[in-house]
Write a protein that binds this ligand. Structure first.
Ligand SMILES: *Cc1c(COP(=O)(O)O)cnc(C)c1O
Length: 396
């Protein structure tokens, strides 16, 4: 029998070493559990980085994909297809946006959002030196445009020059944002809840004031909901709990629940005066296979009332994590919203705790340098949370 060690060695020979991976070869999943090649079971509180919201092996979801595979996998954007139309309508209804463009990943959604914002501003005044305000400690992706608005110099440095005209402000500090506004500013981009930076939710007043500032100066507000969207924080999109609507929003991760797909969506004002035929495109984006997944995900979110389940169950996770923070000196703070939680760790290296957790059959991830991140499938129950806490304490 070929074992994990063999695949790990072969992967390290064949795959470019851009990740330091855990020494685990995952083979299959069921519900909120994953299994490696040796059959060891893991309770999954990572969901493939906030992707697999529905849990593994949902029969309706799997069947919808199988049916679409047998019908048609790809057409190109030179034609219309049924799943794209249905997925688009469902995404717009859920997000309150006006027009959507499907991409293949989160970073591409950010690229499209940046292009739409620049085009909107260019149509207004014809100038080609517009600026975008982004946040420190943000994360928006690895392609060069998205990297340019990612406030992490470690990620940026080797790849300079990046795209120009990006200014960074402090997250949750309105004055710091205002200080970066010039007559060239065309957009402000931020994550409604910062993910990779360490799980920092935007403060309500901050986001509302940014919205007001953008309205006043006709600056476009781009909200990156790639990690915090799709029900994770207890509303379909996190901005909905702030009473703030963006001009442009991006989504990906849980949008297809494992099928690679993302999207950026524009409000009416932005859609009416930005990208037109010839401005933007993709071979795969809006492909019937990916969109069949998106369409089914929205159906299942409704059928299973996922958002309500998050609202009802997440307070229990918060309570349990708060108890841990209370109990252990090296846990400094819990932050987050819904099933997007972070616990800040001091003194002890986060990586060691995560490794121990995996030994104990619990998959966890980090965020930033010192935060334990909890982004489970959205269907987890209180019993799963109890089990997670037990395994985590054992790992301390
Ligand atoms: C993951 C992530 C991205 C990038 O998405 P990819 O699909 O990895 O390109 C962008 N923004 C946020 C907030 C993310 O969490």
């Amino acid at each position: 029998m070929t074992c994990s060690k063999d695949y790990i060695e072969r992967a390290e020979h064949a795959v470019l070493h851009t990740y330091n991976r855990y020494q685990i070869v995952l083979e299959k999943g069921k519900g909120v559990r994953l299994y490696d090649l040796e059959g060891k079971e893991y309770l999954d509180f990572g969901a493939g980085i906030a992707v697999f919201a529905l849990g593994y092996g949902n029969e309706d979801y799997n069947q919808a994909l199988k049916d679409q595979i047998d019908k048609l996998i790809h057409t190109s954007n030179l034609f219309y297809n049924v799943p794209m139309t249905e997925a688009a309508e469902k995404l717009l209804k859920a997000s309150g946006m006006s027009k959507v463009f499907f991409t293949n990943s989160g970073t591409e959604a950010i690229e499209g959002a940046i292009k739409a914002a620049r085009k909107y501003a260019w149509l207004k005044d014809g100038s080609t030196d517009h600026e975008i305000i982004a946040m420190k400690h943000s994360f928006h992706g690895r392609s060069l445009g998205a990297l340019s608005v990612t406030g992490n110099s470690h990620y940026q440095e080797p790849f300079k020059p990046l795209i120009g005209g990006i200014r960074f402000a402090e997250f949750n500090d309105l004055e710091s944002v205002k200080a970066q506004v010039t007559e060239k500013t065309c957009a402000v981009i931020l994550e409604t809840v910062q993910g990779e930076g360490g799980i920092y939710p935007a403060q309500k007043e901050f986001l509302q004031e940014i919205r007001r500032l953008c309205d006043e100066k006709d600056i476009l507000l781009i909200l990156d909901e790639i990690q915090c969207g799709m029900g994770r924080t207890g509303s379909m999109f996190a901005y909905q709990s702030y009473g703030v609507q963006p001009d442009i929003m991006t989504t990906a991760k849980a949008l297809g629940c494992g099928v690679p797909v993302g999207a950026f969506a524009l409000n009416e004002k932005t859609a009416a005066a930005s990208l037109v035929p010839g401005d933007h495109g993709t071979t795969y984006g809006g492909n019937p296979f990916a969109c069949a997944a998106v369409s089914k995900v929205f159906d299942l979110f409704e059928e299973l009332d996922i958002v309500k389940h998050v609202q009802e169950t997440a307070p229990y996770l918060e309570e349990k994590l708060d108890q841990l923070v209370e109990k252990y000196d090296f846990l400094a703070e819990r932050r987050g919203k819904g099933f997007m939680q972070g616990v800040e760790v001091t003194v002890r290296p986060v990586g060691e705790i995560i490794q121990k957790a995996m030994d104990n059959g619990l998959i966890l991830m980090s965020a930033g340098t010192n935060v334990l991140r909890f982004v489970p499938p959205l269907v987890i129950t209180k019993a799963d949370i109890d089990e997670m806490i037990e395994k985590l304490e054992k790992s301390f």
